[in-house]
Design a protein around this ligand. Structure first.
Ligand SMILES: [Zn+2]
Length: 300
């Protein structure tokens, strides 16, 4: 099956926030792109909704959370990422709703990225393979949180009242079956495989499944490269573009400042600005040959 013509994406961002549901989600492809970016000077932060405590069949959740946290941090370090945050939503039962959106909007306001890196939030991985609720909910919430983070009237007190951040230009979603772009990762395949290999307990728990061998990632990336204009290795993704608002956030108008007549301002402003300002532009980085939650391995 041939890959449709994809547009080459070679922009190196300055600040990236990668948001996924579980430890290992970024390591089945996206980490190759992270390694390329950090190698070029980008700052990348990982935020995980869960600690993946329900991800190892033979290990109790409390122990799995401890082990997988360590493995994720080690994995991030391999590709130049030193900040890994966990939001501690429950693995396997992450809910799409305001608490998750609020947590992610706070993360965006705290780290102030120009690019958000995500994994597949679509219903399937393509070809009839159903995606998991956690993946769908976290990816969708992250895209929506991009708009929330830029709107001062949405979650105004969350995170201690951080200032809004409307500077996200793109969001990339790994594994989307609707890939639109491709990035060359020929030079970072080895790092990506090494990053995945840090998930030792998780991979061991997969036993005989082909995805238990981190070298399978090399095969996937090289296959994607051959399908993308003959590159050595590639990551493909669906790209969403946002109307970033660079520069300092404008001061509040006088009428919106605290005071008896100002209290209604947030509600009016929110309604008026909802359509243009809350539209989340998400860039998706997807690898059509990856399906990192195959049926029968994990029900998450
Ligand atoms: Zn996952």
């Amino acid at each position: 099956m041939s890959t449709p013509a994809l547009e080459l994406h070679d922009r190196v961002p300055e600040r990236v926030l990668a948001v996924v549901a579980h430890p290992d989600d970024l390591e089945y492809g996206a980490a190759a792109l992270v390694a390329r970016w950090t190698g070029a000077g980008a700052e990348v932060v990982y935020v995980l909704a869960t600690r993946g405590e329900a991800g190892i069949d033979g290990m109790a959740p409390a122990e799995a959370a401890r082990v997988r946290t360590q493995e994720q941090v080690a994995s991030a370090n391999v590709v130049g990422v030193s900040t890994v945050e966990f939001l501690d939503h429950p693995d396997g039962t992450v809910e799409l709703g305001l608490p998750l959106r609020r947590d992610l909007a706070v993360a965006i306001r705290r780290h102030r990225p120009d690019t958000v890196l995500l994994c597949n939030h679509r219903e399937t991985w393509g070809r009839g393979r159903l995606n998991s609720p956690d993946h769908r909910h976290v990816g969708r919430a992250a895209l929506e949180a991009i708009g929330d983070a830029g709107n001062r009237w949405i979650f105004p007190d969350a995170g201690g009242g951080l200032p809004p951040h409307g500077g996200v230009r793109e969001a990339l979603v790994c594994g989307s079956p609707l890939a639109t772009h491709v990035a060359d990762v020929t030079d970072t395949v080895d790092l990506a495989v090494a990053s995945l290999a840090e998930h030792r307990a998780y991979l061991e728990g997969l036993r005989e499944h082909p995805m238990a061998d981190p070298e399978v990632l090399r095969d996937w990336l090289e296959l994607a490269g051959r399908q993308a204009q003959g590159r050595g290795a590639a990551v493909t993704f669906e790209l969403f573009s946002f109307s970033a608002r660079p520069g300092p956030t404008p001061a509040l108008p006088d009428r919106a400042r605290a005071g008896p007549t100002a209290r209604r301002a947030p509600r009016r402003s929110r309604r008026r600005s909802a359509a243009p300002r809350s539209v989340a532009v998400a860039v998706a980085v997807s690898n059509p040959v990856t399906s990192h939650r195959p049926g029968g391995v994990r029900s998450r």
